[in-house]
Ligand binder design. Structure first.
Ligand SMILES: [Zn+2]
Length: 88
């Protein structure tokens, strides 16, 4: 089993890719992103492929071995070709 799959399963998130894990004496920072999959615009139903931008969501997780655990989830925001604004 790949390290990424194991870490994702360990923290209980399905369908994420762990891109990096940073550990210090006080913190464990898990950088992750969602697997890319096809989406349809919730406004007009058109298939969306173009990425508008990215943003990072900070998720504080249960402490582990006395360390604060934070998941930094990199989320994509898509742009509908009909200019609907979509965040998935
Ligand atoms: Zn749309």
């Amino acid at each position: 089993m790949l390290y990424n799959d194991y870490t994702a399963k360990l923290i209980g998130f399905q369908g994420i890719i762990v891109t990096n894990v940073e550990e210090s004496t006080e913190n464990l920072i898990i950088n992750a992103e969602m697997r890319r999959k096809p989406h349809n615009c919730p406004c007009c139903g058109t298939a969306i492929r173009a990425i508008h931008d990215y943003r990072k969501q900070r998720i504080k997780y249960a402490p582990s071995h006395g360390k604060t655990v934070v998941i930094l989830l990199r989320k994509r925001r898509y742009r509908c070709p009909h200019l609907c604004f979509v965040s998935l």
